[in-house]
Design a protein around this ligand. Structure first.
Ligand SMILES: [Fe+2]
Length: 589
């Protein structure tokens, strides 16, 4: 059975194809359109996925959209009417969006793809999140907890799933919390207040939290009340997002926390306001963690299950995930590489396959590399035409050479194999550098990422060596597989891993298995031979405001526009014409 999954029209649109129960490809629209967080109907992603899978649209058995448009429209309409007349500005915008694109999704998909309307199915938004997490995890039974801003009505669901290899799979979401009560919206409201972009920059709040103290927890708790049934309710007087699209927080919120941050002014962490913003970030982060840990702990008690699958955009919060693993009583916590809405493209397709069509359960390959493959020859051609210094060498020589580059303090753009699905570079489209000195972190921030000083970089380490450098609880190496947990760097290593250690002594480490990314794994081994430490700084290969690069030419364009010293794609290595490095090579030649 051939199923296309689609997520679109909120943020980060994506497409995925599942054939005979196993994903064969998936890609976010932004990686192809080159517009960050592109929410448009993902025509390019669909086209690439069908092409990759060798399918024509008429060969599809089903096309599954990641939410139920009518339910979502009902929520928008209900909230607008409840808030009327305050909501009159929001109403035309919301209805135009919903009516224009979402409600008529069956017709839009049918006409874009030329498939009959009866083949277009809809999976619930949180069912898609749950499926993206549980049906891809190597677990036969697991508790499931999904948390995001909002889908149709649900903002959090809790339940469990059962998979029988070669047999049936089931997902039972037993409880839900509904909009406007939402942990994701609570966090996003603070994201907006702190002057960052909602739905994009939540991770900046988490980074900023490391610089603050959670001294305002009591104030944040005035906004969110735990209810007797173990859920929570927001005090809506502090929020405006449910009545207007123009503002997330109310004047009462500002009375409580003080003036919001001007997004155009940098955060000065030495100033009173800078400290206040960091303390606010630390406080909302703490309340989010406490609430999630508590709900996860109840779910553990209730289900008695040892594994937990997390889904929804809130599962990108690695600090909260690590606390859930350490404190909620589960042995393993699984977070897929794309827990947010893009991942719902795979989730919706798998949900249709296992639950709607009742096909037998199959194991899903346990990696994030579902996108287009990079071509080293393409890089060689374009760089050669440009007169750059181009070398092609076998794997062994390339890995030795690259380890040498890293030892000498060079910043390496590293492209290998298929593109990652999800927001994180997990070793196929990465910028790699030595992890030892803060100067390296500052240089990458200054010359490549052009970003705020408070945002940390992540380390990559072979799974076998991870415990030597990082304090990983039981199950920690699993959570760190797709960089989904933030853990303490061992105190004795913090000064030697300064470029990847956050101000609070933690790191969002990726534990690498040889099988998942063999070339990067070999590079870590080679780097260890030279430096004594198998750890590298690993950040996504893109410039600020741009999506992660996909093709070799995009990597090359990024390389030209910033301070990356060496660019590698498969077996091709490029250094900049005129750079000292290239000159030295030319002299030797
Ligand atoms: Fe979502």
């Amino acid at each position: 059975m051939k199923i296309l999954g689609i997520s679109a029209h909120y943020h980060d649109a994506a497409a995925a194809v599942v054939v005979d129960g196993v994903p064969v490809c998936a890609v976010q629209e932004e990686r192809l359109s080159r517009r960050k967080n592109d929410a448009a109907f993902p025509l390019s992603a669909i086209e690439w996925c069908l092409d990759r899978a060798g399918l024509e649209p008429e060969m599809l058995d089903a096309v599954v959209f990641y939410e139920r448009p009518m339910l979502k429209f009902e929520r928008i309409l209900t909230c607008a009417l409840r808030a009327f007349p305050r909501s009159w500005r929001m109403f035309p915008k919301a209805t135009k969006n919903a009516l224009g694109e979402k409600v008529w999704m069956r017709g839009i998909i049918s006409s874009h793809l030329g498939v009959p309307g009866r083949k277009v199915l809809f999976a619930g938004h949180h069912q898609s999140h749950a499926a993206a997490s549980f049906l891809t995890a190597p677990a036969e039974r697991a508790a499931i907890l999904t948390t995001d801003g909002v889908g149709e009505w649900a903002t959090m669901t809790a339940g469990s799933g059962v998979r029988q290899r070669g047999g049936a799979a089931s997902i039972s979401l037993l409880r839900e919390i509904r909009f406007p009560h939402s942990l994701g919206m609570l966090y996003s409201t603070f994201t907006a207040y702190l002057g960052f972009h909602v739905n994009e920059d939540e991770y900046k709040v988490m980074g900023l939290a490391g610089y603050g103290c959670p001294v305002l927890v009591d104030k944040v708790r005035r906004l969110i009340r735990r209810t007797a049934d173990g859920a929570f309710a927001l005090d809506l007087d502090y929020f405006d997002y449910h009545t207007t699209a123009a503002r997330s927080y109310s004047s009462r919120f500002v009375d409580l926390f003080g003036p919001p941050r001007n997004p155009y002014e940098p955060i000065d962490l030495q100033s009173d306001d800078g400290k206040r913003f960091a303390d606010i970030a630390a406080s909302v982060q703490r309340v989010l963690e406490d609430t999630l840990v508590d709900i996860a702990r109840s779910l553990r008690r209730e289900t008695g299950l040892r594994d937990l699958c997390l889904g929804g955009g809130v599962a990108l919060n690695g600090v909260a995930n690590a606390r859930i693993l350490a404190e909620a009583g589960f042995e393993r916590v699984f977070v897929p590489p794309a827990p947010g809405d893009a991942g719902c493209a795979i989730g919706a397709a798998l949900y249709a396959d296992r639950i709607h069509f009742r096909n037998s359960d199959r194991d899903v390959p346990d990696h994030p590399f579902w996108g287009p493959a990079v071509a080293g020859d393409d890089l060689a051609r374009v760089a050669h035409e440009d007169g750059q210094h181009v070398e092609q060498m076998d794997d062994g020589a390339l890995i030795e050479q690259t380890a040498g580059d890293l030892m000498e303090g060079r910043i390496v753009g590293w492209m290998d194999g298929a593109l990652e699905f999800g927001p994180r570079a997990l070793g196929h489209r990465s910028i790699l550098a030595a992890p030892h000195d803060v100067e390296m972190r500052d240089r990458i921030n200054r010359e490549i990422k052009y970003r705020e000083q408070f945002r940390p970089f992540a380390p990559g380490v072979p799974i076998e060596a991870a415990g030597r450098y990082f304090e990983l609880p039981n199950g920690g190496t699993r959570l760190a597989r797709f960089m989904s947990g933030v853990f303490p760097v061992r105190p004795e290593w913090r000064s030697r891993l300064a470029a990847v250690t956050h101000v609070d002594g933690t790191a969002r480490v990726q534990t690498l298995e040889r099988q998942m990314a063999p070339r990067l794994y070999a590079l870590l081994e080679e780097y260890e031979k030279r430096s004594g430490v198998p750890v590298l700084l690993n950040t996504s290969l893109n410039l600020a405001g741009e999506p992660i690069v996909n093709r070799a030419v995009e990597g090359y364009s990024t390389f030209l526009r910033c301070g990356i010293d060496v660019l590698v794609a498969e077996q091709t290595r490029v250094t900049k014409r005129g750079s000292l490095l290239a000159k030295r090579k030319e002299d030797v030649a």
